[in-house]
Design a protein around this ligand. Structure first.
Ligand code: SAH
Ligand code: SF4
Ligand code: F3S
Length: 475
């Protein structure tokens, strides 16, 4: 696993050259008292960051206060696009620039870049003490013991389930929480690094997940988002030994007292089953929102991407969700400028957008990732063509998001307060459709973070709505 992503002899030479030219800063070996974890990737990357923070806290290291330097910095990286990977070298530079070995923080590089390019990081960045992959971070405390003795340690093993078994209990206090239920990917879309950085698909056991959900709720969570690279591929056995899929897990979680809202992300069209679609009409706590990436609206491109669904089969699937839950908000991911994509093929992507009318979506320029099949395909698309396509796609997606928000005006819905808004005197939360909603504090009486308020949606902007409080249900 991952061998095709190992660096080439050429890039090794480049890395060594770079290492020779850069000032050699040895890692700081002072035992750290404070830490900071910086997460750069997807929601699962954020979840991993939280769990690494919990591990460090168990070791008696405390989180550095906002704005203060930390003794240990964990850069929790993402490899999905070029910019994400390059960022770590500039971050390491910023952390060490103009500092002596004793003044610079101890640095650990975690996450998906660590998995794919661990050796290269060690060669290119001498100030780094630890490189730890996404399936090995439960061993971070042991690595730290070695790092303070002056060793530089790399751990990129992939024992996924073992990781979950040896993590401490959840303690995170927040009204919304992530819970990884499934990890890894066997789909091998030709552009994507995730199957190499996260390994094979695994599902965490049912009883572990129910236990973790209880802990999160005890710590104050009222909404849990179930995470997986292919979350709807989750499979397990319930307490009675019956084989269940994600819908069964959601139904069991819906019985947890105090948990008000359940979401899940990200799904793959090929792992969708009837029970999950039906659950959207049956389980009140399951929010009316589905993130289902399509990537392209053209069947030739989809085939070249190894997506194994067509534009038509994707649209049919969404229709079934809308039948089960007519108000469901739909979201997706798109890639423009996949190798060989013609103007006409790109226009098929615009057509699918016009057909679906997404409530929000994520769109990206294709980024060739080393070692993935698409990186060496003919017909790589010029940057200006990609820029133009992305802009045209985003215009439509923004149009639809605004239209979706406007169509909500006049509705009354629950909003879970997550934090203070951008401006003074505002509370901010999410509607059931995952749109951001703010309301004036003075309008909410005693309302506080974690409260579920009933709001009438009064005004829509492109990215959020303003609500007026009708009722507050305290946490
Ligand atoms: N199933 C995954 C997808 C992870 S990647 C999940 O759990 O979210 C998130 C999105 O990044 C993909 O859906 C795709 O749209 C985009 N992406 C992946 N590889 C990419 C690449 N090489 N270039 C541009 N975008 C990419
Ligand atoms: Fe990547 Fe495709 Fe797997 Fe999603 S399904 S993680 S895009 S390989
Ligand atoms: Fe990035 Fe890894 Fe997530 S590559 S998107 S952090 S699975």
């Amino acid at each position: 696993m991952g061998s095709c992503l190992r660096r080439s002899a050429q890039s090794l030479a480049a890395a060594e050259l770079h290492a020779k030219r850069a000032p050699i800063m040895k890692p700081n070996t002072t035992p750290p008292k404070t830490y900071r974890v910086k997460s750069f990737g997807c929601q699962m990357n954020v979840y991993d960051g939280e769990r690494m923070a919990e591990l460090l806290a168990e070791k008696g290291i405390t989180e550095a206060p906002e704005g203060e330097d930390a003794d240990l910095v964990v850069l929790n990286t993402c490899h999905i696009r070029e910019k994400a990977a390059e960022k770590i070298y500039s971050d390491i530079g910023r952390l060490t620039k103009g500092k002596t070995q004793k003044k610079a923080p101890m640095i650990a590089v975690a996450g998906c870049v660590a998995q794919a390019e661990g050796e290269e990081i060690m060669a290119r960045a001498p100030a780094v003490s630890m490189v730890v992959g996404p399936q090995a971070y439960h061993r971070l405390p042991d690595m730290l013991d070695k790092a303070v003795q002056g060793q530089r340690v790399t751990d990129t093993d992939m024992p996924a389930i073992a990781k979950f078994d040896s993590l401490p209990q959840r303690k995170r206090r927040s009204p919304t929480a992530f819970l990884t239920v499934q990890e890894g990917c066997d789909k091998f879309c030709t552009y994507c690094v995730v199957p190499y950085t996260r390994g094979a698909e695994i599902s965490r056991p049912f009883n572990h997940l129910i236990a973790e959900a209880h802990k999160l709720v005890e710590a104050g969570a009222r909404e849990i988002t179930l995470l997986g690279q292919n979350v709807n591929a989750w499979a397990g056995e319930d307490d009675a030994g019956r084989a269940i899929g994600l819908a069964g897990l959601i139904k069991a979680l819906a019985k947890v007292d105090g948990l008000e809202r359940i979401r899940y992300t990200t799904s793959h069209p090929n792992d969708m089953d009837d029970a999950l679609i039906a659950a959207h009409g049956e389980v009140d706590k399951l929010m009316p929102y589905l993130h289902l990436p399509v990537q392209s609206g053209n069947d030739r491109v989809l085939k070249a991407m190894n997506r194994s669904h067509t534009a038509e089969s994707y649209l049919r699937l969404l229709e079934r969700f809308r039948e089960a839950r007519p108000d469901i908000a739909l979201s997706g991911d798109f890639i423009v400028g996949f190798p060989g994509e013609t103007e006409a093929e790109f226009e098929d992507t615009l057509k699918i957008v016009d057909e679906v009318r997404y409530s929000q979506a994520f769109s990206f320029k294709y980024s060739p990732r080393p070692g993935t099949p698409a990186a060496s395909m003919d017909g790589q698309i010029a940057k200006d063509v990609m820029d133009d396509r992305l802009q045209r796609l985003q215009e439509r997606l923004n149009r639809d998001q605004y239209a979706f928000n406007k169509a909500l005006v006049g509705k009354t819905c629950g909003v879970l307060i997550e934090r203070k808004g951008k401006h003074a005197g505002q509370w901010l939360g999410k509607s059931p459709w995952l749109t951001s909603v703010w309301f004036a504090e003075e309008n909410g009486g005693e309302a506080a973070i974690g409260d579920l308020v009933t709001l009438e949606l009064a005004e829509a902007g492109p990215n959020s709505l303003r609500g007026v409080v009708r009722e507050v249900v305290s946490a």
